[in-house]
Design a binder for this molecule. Structure first.
Ligand code: NAD
Length: 249
């Protein structure tokens, strides 16, 4: 019960790392508000743990985020998990791709965090600590990978956002950290493998770049999110926590 007494917000909670993290937080006693744009996947999460409430939310919709924030009592922790992988080099990126990825991967974090900030600061003052966790990646932002120009650029921006926020609020008890996973077996990764010209080889290539010889599971990543949202990480802020199976050793 490491998150007992805490209210936690999660974006992109319908599937993948967001879903596993919502479940892990609920299992540790948090009251979780799990959000996603996809109603169907959210619906399947709703019955999994009584500590989880689901709310359909498109984090690119500024008005929806504002009205969601106005409808909520303060959160002790938020996990900004949403993100999209654009595949390609600079040659493949259009202005529209750039705008879409920056809006979803970066601006949504700014939008959600800014809207929920008053409540977070209120809880930090009342309890001694509140926590923001932002989803970055090892790819592009920590280590260069081919065909990740736009993705890596957005995730580097997430790290910049994380460090700047951490510096601004460190004296007010609000901690802000980023998680940087290796390659994680999630529905979107399966989609990227299936969409490649040779899916069998594509999966082998993803595994080959993991020194531990396997892809991460979502359960490999969720414990880091729980740690960062819990008081166990009370002396940790502004960090990029790599959970990458040794890729960046
Ligand atoms: P995923 O890509 O399989 O699922 C993404 C979820 O985001 C879906 O449930 C989708 O409905 C939701 N979503 C999409 N647009 C949305 C919007 N506008 N508003 C609200 N929700 C929206 O999940 P994943 O692979 O676990 O990725 C989650 C995060 O982890 C992303 O930020 C991704 O960049 C990051 N990440 C993933 C990996 C990996 O290998 N899978 C590695 C490092 C980092």
């Amino acid at each position: 019960m490491r998150l007992s007494g805490k209210r936690v917000f999660v974006s992109a909670a319908g599937q993948g790392i967001g879903r596993a993290s919502a479940l892990a937080c609920a299992a540790e006693g948090a009251e979780v508000v799990a959000t996603d744009v996809n109603r169907d996947t959210l619906a399947s999460l709703a019955g999994e743990n009584p500590n989880i409430t689901t709310v359909q939310l498109d984090v690119t919709d500024a008005a929806a985020v504002e009205s969601f924030a106005a409808s909520q009592v303060p959160f002790d922790g938020i996990f900004n998990c949403v993100g999209f992988v654009h595949n390609g080099t600079i040659r493949d990126v259009t202005d529209a791709d750039w705008d879409f990825s920056f809006d979803l991967n970066v601006r949504s974090m700014f939008r959600v965090t800014k809207s929920l900030l008053p409540g977070l600061l209120e809880r930090a003052e009342a309890t001694g600590g509140a926590s923001v966790v932002n989803m970055a990646s090892m790819a592009g932002s920590i280590k260069g990978f081919p065909n990740r120009l736009l993705y890596g650029t957005t995730k580097a921006a997430v790290i910049g956002f994380t460090k700047a926020m951490a510096a601004d609020f460190v004296k007010q008890g609000l901690r802000v950290n980023a998680v940087c996973p290796g390659t994680v077996d999630t529905p979107s990764l399966r989609g990227r493998i299936a969409a490649s010209p040779d899916p069998v080889q594509a999966e082998k290539d993803f595994v080959a770049r993991q020194p531990m010889g396997r892809l991460a599971t979502v359960e490999d990543i969720a414990p880091m999110v729980v740690f960062l949202l819990s008081d166990e990480s009370r002396f940790v802020s502004g960090q990029t926590m790599l959970v990458d199976g040794g890729v960046t050793i």
